[in-house]
Design a protein around this ligand. Structure first.
Ligand code: PGA
Ligand code: ZN
Length: 426
């Protein structure tokens, strides 16, 4: 008997940044349920699905009562009686209800919570975990990419770069990989403690960037890796989310924390220098979202020794991924379900990246909750890498711990190989 949607209920809950967000619960005729919470980003690409907020005085304008009402009053009636296992059909209903390119009418936060809740309900109805519903026989676990030091919009722009992350390269199992990451996290903590009083954490749980220049954070992170006895660039490497859209204007790169403005060529030279001097294996959004010329140039210059990842530049849009691949911009897609607005569209973006021969990174947002959907999507879609912030704070560890549980249930799988094997320090 085909199981169908009998209720779609939305409520307001809270995220890791003290902001309201949308939770949706979907129920089915056979008594199954699925629940999901919309994440929210701080550094958003202009092309991503709208994070609908109420405006006005309450909660700094960030309330989501309209998005919650859109679910209960407009989306729910359209989905009742629909087969819960028909994810493409249900997502097509959402598309038809709001054909605007960025879901500015219903809100991408409303549609993504519904779409994910439907996915979980369909899995429950099939008697399966969501990852297994998407992929009956995974052969590998996505490799973690973990923030150690925050920056940019996640740390009041204390430095310009947004994320100083690590990728465990030599670890072959998730348990070992996270142990290497935790050793580095603790080691970097000791370095910051030696330098002065602790200044707290950034939005995704990494250390507050108590440094004078962007490069100083790179040096501390490299030192932190080395002090654990792990070899930088061989056992554990660095990945940077530069999030350059935040400081690029008209092809000029404004490093506010260093009081410097660089043209395209000078900026590229700076980043290439960092890649030569530090064990960096991935750079995300090294160019602004409106500077495709620089993104191509970066990919051309460093694409053979580092992942060049498009986030704001691609906004999990299958058409943008295809266009970027055709022109040689980027070699890796960041995949964020709330940028696309539905599970189906996100899956298409992931497939478009695969079809282009790219690597994929499934990613959470800076505003997160206990929702662990991204861990299931990453395993279910066989992504290369999972990115969810640091290895501290429950909204982050919830995802890493879910990955550990999935791996355990599968009897221990190898980690997906990282596309860049090692970068010896030059
Ligand atoms: P966010 O950034 O604050 O927009 O979620 C995370 C990222 O850039 O990956
Ligand atoms: Zn990013």
């Amino acid at each position: 008997m085909t199981d169908v949607v009998t209720a779609v209920h939305a409520r307001r809950v809270w995220d890791s940044r003290g902001r309201p967000t949308v939770e949706v619960e979907v129920s089915t005729r056979l008594g199954h349920r699925g629940r999901a919470i919309a994440p929210a980003g701080a550094s958003r690409g202009s092309g991503e699905a709208t994070d609908l907020r109420d405006g006005g005085a309450r909660l700094g304008g960030l309330d989501v009562r309209r998005a919650v009402a859109n679910v209960t009053e407009r989306i729910a009636p359209a989905l009742l009686g629909h087969p819960v296992g028909d994810q493409p059909g249900i997502d097509a209903v959402l598309d038809a209800l709001d054909p605007s390119p960025t879901r500015s009418d219903l809100g991408g936060n409303a549609t993504v919570a519904v779409s994910l809740a439907v996915l979980h309900a369909a899995a429950a109805s099939a008697g399966l975990s969501t990852w297994r519903y998407l992929n009956p026989r995974p052969t590998r676990i996505p490799r973690p990419q973990v923030q150690v030091i925050g920056g940019g919009a996640h740390a009041a722009r204390r430095v310009d770069l947004q994320d100083f992350m690590v990728v465990p390269l030599s670890a072959t199992r998730i348990d070992e990989a996270l142990e290497h990451v935790a050793e580095v996290y603790l080691s970097v903590g000791r370095i910051f403690a030696e330098r002065g009083p602790a200044l707290g954490v950034a939005d995704e749980g990494g250390f507050w960037p108590a440094v004078a220049r962007n490069e100083e954070a790179l040096a501390i992170l490299t030192d932190g890796i080395g002090r654990t006895g792990l070899v930088p660039g061989v056992d554990v490497a660095i990945s940077l989310d530069i999030a350059a859209s935040e400081f690029e204007r008209d092809g000029r790169y404004h490093l506010a924390s260093e009081d410097r403005v660089l043209d395209r060529d000078a900026w590229r030279a700076v980043v290439e220098r960092w890649l030569a001097d530090y064990p960096v294996v991935a750079v995300e959004d090294p160019a602004g979202e409106h500077d495709p010329e620089s993104m191509r140039a970066f990919t051309d210059a460093v694409g053979d020794r580092a992942l060049v990842v498009g986030d704001d530049f691609l906004v999990t849009d299958p058409a943008r991924i295809e266009a970027a691949a055709a022109t040689g911009a980027c070699n890796t897609a960041l995949i964020k379900v709330n940028q696309a607005g539905t599970v189906t569209r996100t899956a298409r973006a992931h497939q478009a990246a695969r079809a282009a021969g790219w690597s994929t990174i499934v990613s959470a947002r800076s505003g997160e909750t206990e929702d662990v959907s991204v861990a299931h999507l990453a395993v279910g879609w066989d992504a290369d890498v999972l990115k969810v912030g640091s290895i501290t704070r429950s909204e982050r560890t919830a995802k890493w711990n879910e990955l550990i549980r999935i791996d355990d249930e599968l009897g221990g799988l190898p980690l997906a190989p990282f596309p860049i094997r090692s970068v010896a320090r030059r």
